[in-house]
Design a protein around this ligand. Structure first.
Ligand SMILES: NC(=O)c1ccc[n+]([C@@H]2O[C@H](COP(=O)([O-])OP(=O)(O)OC[C@H]3O[C@@H](n4cnc5c(N)ncnc54)[C@H](O)[C@@H]3O)[C@@H](O)[C@H]2O)c1
Length: 513
């Protein structure tokens, strides 16, 4: 459901009806539905049952519409003040129609609709509600010509998917669509930042320029770092921090990362420590960034002895995925991202593996429709796991399937091996280890091999255990020996598994075959 919210006089009902007709979907108005159901006017319900009575009825009606109907829903101006309504909105696209108190007052005085709360001190009521509108909003639209607003909303909302990452304290949306970068102002607008610092690579100038154009209402600055894993270093981070100070970035400003996992890890890291933490919004431009790196709040840089050895947890304010930008991604980078998509299929959602098999050609051609599907399905898995375990004490560890092997493969090849290739080989190694323990059968190992190979990923490689051991000793999961994530069956990950050296040796032999 697309939900319109905002203050009285913001135009929710008018815009909602026109938007629904532009999108060819049904339109619902919560106040109208309540009045019809109760057989009386909203004003009457207020005077008979008071605001509290009305809000109870409203919460039940909104919940029912969200659960059972689909289309566009205009909410009453105060609906989001009820916690049950806010909770029910999770997972839906919520548009905050912003209007100032003076315009609202002028519109209300012209309107024949009865406003149960009157039009007393609108300015303070609006101020009181503003944080709640912002909290639930996926995107925000400033007041203007109704036809313009409808046109802009229809363009961005067609095929837009939204997943909410329910981390404690401050849930945030991940939106997935085609062409979303051009509408970034609507997503960033919810945050009300003054200045936006865009961090990107010179080679992604086309996208950082689009982002800055979309954010023209804010003062934007651009900082570019060289491409590649070497930018994830304390030196580069220090350079960025100095530049942020030179540009007088403040607590209320916003860092916007535009790039793959290197940029979101690095940008997220500096945002988390500058001024003891400022807000960050990620615009991931690689498949790996969209399905994995930009979501979940892990930030970090590398040390010479290992990857991600320095880092923080710093959840973004929002993640805006535009599958259109994947078009320019080099083939090997796209394939690298598919490794993580396959991981989600193996550890959590077998339907992803079916989608990959049945839509193979459309996926390889990066058709926007199917790209939206695979990114959304993957984001749902990651969001669900992150919500269950923000700080990686338990369930989140399953996301490391294939990664303990993979990181060691990257380290011993001095990062000449792409992350996705290393993860692919790591998942094969983990499958062999699970098979060695008798937890899975050969057919499930074959499913690993087939799916990874069909995606264009490597499934065989030679490594020596003596080379890998020093890398494993530095692994964050090292505790009385290196700990692996294995599978007890499809979608049944088991984290924290210690493996004997002999077994590891046999796994490496199988991997080389
Ligand atoms: N924080 C996390 O939870 C998490 C999870 C997984 C991976 N990571 C990290 O992510 C990094 C890998 O990320 P990655 O695979 O996105 O690599 P990357 O960021 O290095 O991007 C790969 C290359 O693609 C280019 N590129 C990016 N978008 C493009 C586009 N749309 N068109 C053309 N070229 C484009 C980049 O300039 C770069 O050269 C690793 O450092 C890894 O540790 C972090």
């Amino acid at each position: 459901m697309i939900v319109l919210t905002g203050f009285m006089g913001a135009g929710k009902s008018t815009i909602g009806a026109e938007l629904a007709s532009a999108l060819g979907v049904a339109f619902f108005d919560s106040d109208q539905t309540i009045a019809e159901r109760q057989g009386t006017s909203i004003g009457e319900i207020f005077s008979q049952q008071g605001e509290e009575g009305f809000r109870k009825i409203e919460a039940a009606v909104v919940r029912e519409l969200l659960d059972d109907a689909d289309g566009v829903l205009a909410l009453g101006g105060g609906a989001v003040t009820t916690p049950q309504v806010r909770a029910a909105l999770s997972g839906h696209v919520v548009v905050f129609l912003e209007v100032d108190a003076a315009t609202a007052r002028a519109r209300i005085s012209k309107s024949s609709a009865v406003r149960p709360l009157g039009d007393g001190d609108l300015t303070s009521l609006l101020e009181e509600r503003l944080p709640v509108y912002r909290e639930v909003a996926t995107l925000r639209v400033r007041d203007g010509e109704i036809s313009d607003i409808v046109k802009r909303l229809a363009a961005v909302l067609r095929d837009l998917r939204a997943v909410r990452v329910e981390v404690p304290g401050r849930p945030y949306p991940v939106v997935i669509g085609d062409g979303t970068i051009q509408h970034l102002d609507m997503f960033a607008g919810v945050l009300g930042a003054e200045k936006a610092l865009v961090i990107s690579h010179p080679s992604l100038g086309r996208y950082s320029a689009q982002v800055r154009a979309a954010l023209s209402e804010h003062r934007t600055e651009l900082l570019e770092v060289p491409e590649g894993e070497t930018s994830k270093s304390l030196d580069v981070a220090a350079g960025l921090l100095e530049e942020m100070a030179a540009k007088s970035l403040h607590r209320n400003d916003l860092v916007v990362t535009v790039g793959g996992g290197v940029v979101s890890d690095l940008g997220g890291y500096v945002a988390s420590i500058y001024n003891r933490g400022i807000r960050v919004l990620h615009v991931p431009t690689t498949l790996l960034g969209q399905v994995d790196a930009a979501i979940g709040g892990k930030t970090g840089v590398n040390l010479s002895r290992g990857k991600n050895l320095v880092g923080t947890f710093h959840q973004p304010q929002a993640v805006v995925c535009d599958v259109g930008v994947l078009e320019s991604l080099p083939a090997e980078e796209f394939v690298s991202g598919l490794a993580e998509v396959i991981k989600y299929g193996l550890i959590a959602d077998p339907a992803i593996l079916d989608l990959l098999a049945s839509q193979h050609d459309a996926i390889t051609q990066r058709a926007p429709g199917v790209s939206i599907e695979i990114v959304e399905a993957s984001v749902r898995v990651k969001a669900e796991i992150v919500a269950a375990d923000e700080r990686e004490s338990g369930r989140r560890a399953s996301l490391n399937y294939g990664h303990t092997f993979g990181h060691a493969f990257e380290t011993v090849t001095r990062y000449s091996m792409r992350h996705g290739d290393a993860v692919s080989l790591g998942m094969m190694a983990a499958a062999h280890a699970s098979r060695e323990l008798g937890w899975i059968d050969d057919s499930f190992v074959d499913l690993h091999r087939r799916t990874l190979q069909d995606a264009g990923l490597p499934v065989r490689a030679e490594f020596k255990i003596d080379d890998l051991e020093p890398a494993w000793r530095l692994d964050k999961k090292y505790s009385g020996g290196v700990r692996f994530v294995l599978l007890r069956g499809p979608a049944e990950p088991q984290a924290g598994v210690l493996l004997e050296r002999d077994l590891l040796q046999r796994v490496l032999e199988r991997l080389a075959r």
